[in-house]
Design a protein around this ligand. Structure first.
Ligand code: GLN
Length: 494
């Protein structure tokens, strides 16, 4: 057997099931790895060593008495926006620094019911707002491929932990690209399922009409395995879909017949790093020449990327996303008032309005405050029609473009991000440039579609390049198979 840390989640599960190793052994190996590497990486906000060891022992005895679940004994990490009734759930924010959730997120409960061992909570941008994991009270997470670079965000801690073999797999959340972009930056697989495919219950809300929980894994089969475990209707989340969950793993090795892959022309403009463009075109070639797919040109006009009069990049999708996401964020974050959750200003003798405003001024970081202010503005009586309502109309146009594109193809192939991982500090002083890190991922959330990021190659300076596959609503099974076809045929170095 290979080194235990090198096994995928599926391989590890099978090795434990076959008695070749145990969950206790695997869990100890991961805990040691975290201990020795996380000082450098900063991927974890909290590690539950004792609890994990205890859970590993119980997984081993379940295996022995034949009642093992689908993830029996597999050590995983979860992003610190998912509630657990043990430890803290902080969203990497000072305002929730001491918050202990009274109940688990449905996704976490499902992982544990399937026998997974939760190692700890991973770092992220505060309330998942960011693209670099630099907006965190805990400090930034570093990219394991190059410690001077960001791991992407906001699920950068989960991506780094998976890439650095600190866990077998992890969960992230994706509101505008936060699973896919860090997966691409760290050279792993990140899967954002259809909106509503996976319960949001116990996921601390950022943009409720956009948020999705999904797996971040070493390979496509692991993404299928984790999605299998976490997907499904949840009576506690009224937006979760009451649709049967197919067996995502059963046919994962079966190539999709008569596959048509669409290349959205708008995503290959001069905004895209030429090396990434070349890698994606090479992937399209591989689908065509080795896998028998037909490549078709499609158009997503409302997701196009333009240059304004000053030569700066602009995009309807980015503008629309940031209005919708910030409006929803400003409303969701109103609940942090010092009375119900987390931090409360230590100052006494304040009236209630002063208490609220001091608490929020002390508790929220700069980016979160910026978004609360912008979102409050776009929702305010005089501006609602000009911004929020207009953004909702653009959102519909973006969705219509995808519907039309899927008449001509089964899945879309495109970049995940316009660049590879950038240097720590490079964009943190310039929010608008940072927002442009999401130009290829946000339309997917606006349209509610599933999207997967998988490794496609390496840049000249050995940084991972990811590619994105996007499918119609609830096309997870096919999308995973199409991703697996490439993974198998390319044997891409990751
Ligand atoms: N970077 C985007 C934002 O800051 C997306 C974040 C996310 O998907 N959570 O909103």
């Amino acid at each position: 057997m290979a080194d235990i840390l090198d096994l995928s989640a599926l391989e590890l599960r099978d090795a434990i099931a076959a008695g070749e190793t145990s969950s206790v052994e695997a869990t100890e190996a991961y805990l040691d790895e975290i201990e020795s590497t996380d000082g450098r990486l900063g991927a974890f906000n909290e590690v539950y060593a004792e609890r994990a060891s205890e859970r590993a022992r119980s997984a081993d005895s379940k295996r022995a008495d034949g009642s093992a679940g689908e993830l029996c004994g597999v050590p995983v990490a979860v992003k610190d926006v998912l509630c657990t009734p043990y430890g803290h759930t902080t969203c990497s924010s000072k305002i929730l620094a001491n918050f202990r959730a009274p109940y688990p997120a449905t996704t976490v409960a499902k992982l544990e019911d399937a026998g997974a061992v939760i190692l700890g909570k991973t770092n992220c941008d505060e309330f998942a707002m960011g693209s670099s994991t630099e907006n965190s009270t805990r400090g930034p997470t570093r990219n394991p491929r190059d410690l001077d670079r960001v791991p992407g965000g906001s699920s950068g801690g989960s991506a780094a932990a998976v890439a650095a073999c600190q866990c077998a797999a992890a969960l992230g959340s994706d509101t505008g690209g936060s699973i896919r972009q860090p997966a691409a930056f760290c050279g792993i697989v990140g899967f954002k399922p259809t909106y509503g495919r996976v319960s949001r219950y116990g996921l601390v809300a950022y943009g409720s009409s956009l948020d999705a929980v999904g797996p971040m894994t070493r390979n496509v089969s692991d993404a299928a395995l984790l999605t299998q475990v976490i997907a499904g209707k949840d009576p506690k989340d009224s937006t979760s879909l009451d649709e049967p969950v197919p067996d995502y793993l059963a046919n994962i090795e079966t190539p999709v017949e008569s596959l048509r892959i669409g290349l959205p022309g708008e995503f290959f403009s001069d905004a895209l790093d030429p090396e990434i463009a070349a890698t994606i075109r090479k992937a399209a070639d591989l689908y065509k020449k080795s896998l028998g797919a037909k490549i078709v040109d499609v158009s997503l006009p409302h997701s196009r990327i333009d240059r304004d009069g000053n030569g700066d990049l602009s995009s309807y999708a980015v503008a629309c996303y940031y209005i919708v996401a910030m409006s929803e964020a400003s409303s969701n974050l109103a609940r942090y008032d010092g009375a119900h959750y987390g931090h409360r200003t230590p100052e006494s003798g304040l009236d209630i309005v002063e208490m609220y405003s001091k608490t929020r001024a002390e508790g929220f970081g700069e980016e979160v405050k910026r978004r609360i202010m912008l979102g409050t503005y776009t929702l305010s009586a005089g501006y609602y029609d000009a911004y929020y309502n207009k953004a909702m109309k653009v959102r519909r146009l973006i969705k219509n473009d995808f519907d039309k594109a899927f008449e001509a193809c089964d899945v879309l192939l495109c970049p995940v991000a316009p660049t590879t991982a950038f240097a720590i500090g490079e964009k943190s002083g310039d929010p608008l440039t940072m927002y442009l890190a999401d130009i290829y991922t946000i339309s997917v959330n606006l349209a509610g579609l599933p999207g997967i990021a998988i490794p496609a190659g390496l840049s000249k300076n050995a940084l991972p390049i990811g590619m994105q596959l996007i499918g119609p609503l609830l096309s997870e099974e096919k999308l995973l198979r199409v991703a697996r076809m490439f993974e198998k045929a390319s044997a891409c170095p990751s």
